[in-house]
Write a protein that binds this ligand. Structure first.
Ligand code: GAP
Length: 442
């Protein structure tokens, strides 16, 4: 299965989805950059999540809080204490470091050397704010986006006239000084989270936990992830994060095994009560109808944008041994098709003149490209044989290829080729925009 991962990583680089960060200097410790197609795919994932959580759901509003916050936030949230630390062990021989809970044996996986006793290692990333680098100017890059939401609980409540139950959604970068990042973009030190915090009456917490768990699983399924590659995992009591009363992970079957892509957490009143106590600000909610005053309990849905990127990509990746039999030029080598959901596909439509040395054809193809590019993310490509261009577009996950040929000049129609079925239809250029709108349901 590592072989499959190698193929996915190689395709993502060749097609401009993901590049190693600072590559010309030899890369930089599990940091990655999203290339032209990667940024489109990631933006499409984030847009789909935002639409699902804020527009389709009732009573969920958005927020974009600062990454840097008062260090007091992290003191109160428990992240600066033992709660947010992993156990680190070091090999006495080769000095490689590992997370203790990731090791299957008590010896070094690299050289079989003896390991040190475990030490607690806090995962918060430190920085300094202002010109003087001392204890007083020390700050932290946020380790989870949700703390910015708790900081604004009262602001949102008062400014948007919400009533409990309601939710606040946010997408943004988070940072953790992971001991063992790895598996490509699965575990990195800088990543993006898509989090929603649902504030509810304590008596309704279990009901909403079940509701959000189902909703979140449905989101992946609706976006085409195969059912057999998704499952829930009830997190054991001893594994629960310091803030959680209960947690269910949504796991995806990656080429390297079943792993968490999203956590649904019942955080109880941990956050609001601790921030109340430490800040002196009363974060209780007053219910005007019942006259009751209480700390709302929080149900959190916390998804990784990068991890779900990798899940969508792995799920869509198809290797067709011997190639597809579309053109006589097929090399009979393995071909790759990214059968990604059409709303996530980075390139929606590619416009291809049949040949590039006929000025009339090229001119027409460019006109068609100009006509549709403002409504559908579109690529114009003229280099190479038509068969090879179809292959390239299939690898990028492009939904439709529009081919402009000699008949186009005579009859005013083009062929539109479906990525997955390879079926080609002829469509009038005058009906092209409408046809594409129907195909993309827009
Ligand atoms: N606010 C709760 C929270 O942060 P978490 O289970 O630690 O919960 C939630 O993280 C999600 O964030 C994970 O399911 C994963 O998708 C993503 N995530 C966490 N650590 C990550 C890392 N080092 N690299 C990439 N994604 C990560």
């Amino acid at each position: 299965m590592q072989d499959l991962m190698t193929k996915i990583i190689s395709l993502t680089k060749q097609r401009g989805f993901i590049f190693p960060s600072s590559e010309i200097y030899g890369g930089f410790a599990s940091c990655y950059d999203f290339g032209p197609l990667g940024v489109e795919l990631k933006n499409n994932i984030k847009k789909a999540w935002w639409k699902e959580m804020t527009m389709k759901q009732e009573n969920v509003v958005g927020l974009d809080a600062a990454i840097l916050m008062s260090p007091k936030v992290w003191q109160a949230s428990g992240h600066l204490t033992a709660g947010f630390a992993d156990e680190l062990v070091e090999c006495k021989k080769c000095h490689h470091r590992f997370r203790k809970d990731f090791l299957e044996k008590d010896s070094c996986p690299d050289c079989k050397g003896e390991l040190t006793e475990p030490k607690k290692f806090n995962l918060m990333m430190k920085t300094f704010v202002g010109p003087i680098e001392d204890e007083n100017s020390m700050a932290y890059l946020r380790a989870e986006t949700c703390q910015g939401i708790y900081m604004n609980f009262k602001n949102v409540l008062n400014s948007s006239r919400q009533k409990v139950p309601f939710g606040i959604a946010q997408i943004g970068k988070a940072f953790r000084n992971e001991i063992t990042p790895g598996n490509f973009i699965f575990r990195t030190r800088e990543f993006e989270q898509m989090e929603m915090q649902w504030f509810c009456h304590p008596k309704e917490a279990d009901k909403f936990f079940d509701y959000w768990r189902e909703e979140r699983m449905k989101w992946y399924l609706d976006l085409g992830v195969k059912k057999e590659n998704l499952r829930f995992r009830e997190v054991e009591k001893e594994e629960l994060a310091h803030y959680a009363r209960r947690a269910n992970d949504i796991e995806y079957k990656f080429p390297f095994g079943w792993k968490e892509i999203e956590g649904i957490h019942n955080r109880g009143d941990w956050d609001l009560s601790n921030h109340s106590k430490n800040s002196g600000e009363d974060l209780k909610y007053f219910d005007e109808e019942s006259g009751e005053k209480y700390f709302p309990h929080i149900i959190e849905t916390s998804a990784g944008a990068d991890r779900s990127f990798l899940a969508f990509l792995s799920d869509a990746f198809c290797e067709i041994k011997g190639g597809r039999t579309e053109t006589t030029e097929s090399t009979k080598e393995a071909e790759y098709v990214l059968k990604i959901n059409k709303s996530l596909a980075p390139i929606k439509v590619a416009v291809l003149p049949l040949v590039k040395n006929k000025p009339d054809l090229v001119k027409k193809a460019k006109e068609i490209y100009q006509m549709i590019k403002s409504e559908f993310f579109c690529q114009y490509e003229e280099a190479g044989s038509i068969g090879r261009r179809y292959r390239r577009q299939d690898e990028a996950g492009t939904m439709f290829c529009i081919t402009v040929d000699f008949e186009t000049l005579e009859k005013g129609d083009v062929t539109i080729r479906d990525r997955d079925t390879m079926k080609q239809e002829r469509i009038k250029v005058s009906e092209l925009k409408e046809t594409l709108k129907q195909k993309f349901n827009v």
